[in-house]
Design a protein around this ligand. Structure first.
Ligand code: NAD
Ligand code: LMR
Length: 342
């Protein structure tokens, strides 16, 4: 019996994401929540002849409470997307408050749920959720996931385009750091060594840049109509499905996610925190409490952080990680301060 709740279910990501969860055999109840249009989306999906029971809620009549109560997995693609010329950080002014309010709902009505945060800027919205859950004494780092899967998906696709003999599905690229521009660090030296070592320095730099700024390609092509929705729904579903499989006792699933490290008891968290903050960050910038890293999933959520990848990356990737931490520490501090000041 698994209840999944999608917050922002009527949006560009929310609709295809909800469609995929309606088809997922692990999901017994799918609750859709949005501030607009969700009754129509829910009615439409409810005609699909899978066994998943569909519920849809607007804010009135305690909609958020009903959507969240009993939920095992809450996925959040709520909030505004970018238009050309905007950075993800430009979304903070609107999305931070939306995420804060949803996190308060989760703390009250679904305090034990796994929470997957898609809304941008991920580097700040995930710290916002963590701070709200901490304030309410219900924070469990094993259950909070910043969704960076799209960076891995893009890295697989883009490296496959340069491969002589392998398709995208042959790759499982690890992407470290955060989810915006230079905080996104794909580690092809570890994930696709046979392709990577054949590339010139210019080709390597162009490949990394394409992954870091892949979101801009979509924003530009959509020309004012938003950012990635379909590839994002796929990526969010990929992580959500992996977690549902792990909850249902499939062993040894590894996915990358933006995970909380500081003071966390998760295996590998202390080592990751120490390595990142002592070896990859200036001593004068604030702590990098979260980082995208490969994690092993279990029925508890994040069972182990595979931090040793940080020691294995090459010299160029180490340089990129150092650039990433400088920006990340500011993004994380901004999210944390937003809650401290509220
Ligand atoms: P969208 O505008 O199409 O949909 C957002 C939905 O959120 C809308 O239906 C809106 O009504 C709803 N919403 C707004 N306030 C809400 C609230 N308080 N409670 C519940 N729902 C609310 O946008 P989109 O294209 O689906 O993108 C959503 C977010 O996902 C954006 O912030 C975008 O930047 C982000 N995103 C993240 C990634 C990633 O890799 N993590 C990738 C793509 C997009
Ligand atoms: C992405 O990477 O596609 C998302 O973060 C959306 C965006 O703003 O680029």
């Amino acid at each position: 019996m698994v209840k999944v709740t999608v917050c922002g279910a009527a949006g560009g990501i929310g609709q295809p994401l909800s469609l995929m969860f309606k088809l997922n055999p692990y999901v017994t109840t799918l609750a859709l929540y949005d501030v607009v249009n969700v009754p129509g989306v829910g009615k439409d999906l409810s005609h699909i002849d899978t066994d998943t029971k569909l519920e849809s809620y607007l804010p009135e009549n305690d909609g958020l409470e009903k959507a969240l109560t009993g939920s095992d997995l809450v996925i959040i693609p709520a909030g505004v997307p970018r238009k050309p010329g905007m950075t993800r950080d430009d979304l903070f002014a609107i999305n931070a408050g939306i995420i804060r309010d949803l996190a308060n709902g989760i703390a009250q009505f679904a305090p034990s749920a796994f929470v997957l945060v898609i809304s941008n800027p991920v580097n700040s919205t995930v710290p916002i959720v963590a701070e709200i859950l901490k304030k309410n004494n219900v924070f469990n780092p094993q259950k909070l996931f910043g969704v960076t899967t799209l960076d891995c998906v893009r890295a697989n696709t883009f490296v496959a385009e340069l491969s002589k003999d392998k398709e995208a599905s042959a790759f499982d690229t690890r992407v470290l750091g955060g989810h915006s521009g230079e905080t996104i660090v794909p580690v092809f030296s570890q994930s696709a060594p046979e392709v990577y070592k054949e590339l010139s320095d210019e080709q390597k730099a162009a490949l990394v840049h394409r992954v870091q700024f892949g979101g801009d390609e979509v924003v530009k092509a959509k020309n004012g109509a938003g950012s990635a929705t379909l590839s994002m729904a796929y990526a969010g579903y990929k992580l959500g499905h992996a977690l549902l499989a792990a909850i249902n006792d499939t062993p040894n699933i590894i996915e990358s996610t933006f995970v909380y490290l500081k003071d966390s008891k998760i295996k590998g968290a202390a080592e990751a925190f120490k390595y990142i903050n002592e070896k990859l960050k200036d001593s004068d910038s604030s702590d990098v409490d979260f980082f995208a890293l490969p994690v092993v999933l279990s029925s508890n959520g994040i069972e182990e952080i595979k931090w040793d990848i940080l020691e294995k990356v090459d010299a160029k990737e180490t340089e990129l990680l150092k650039i990433a931490t400088g920006q990340l520490s500011k993004n994380i501090a901004k999210g944390t301060a937003f809650i401290a000041g509220n």
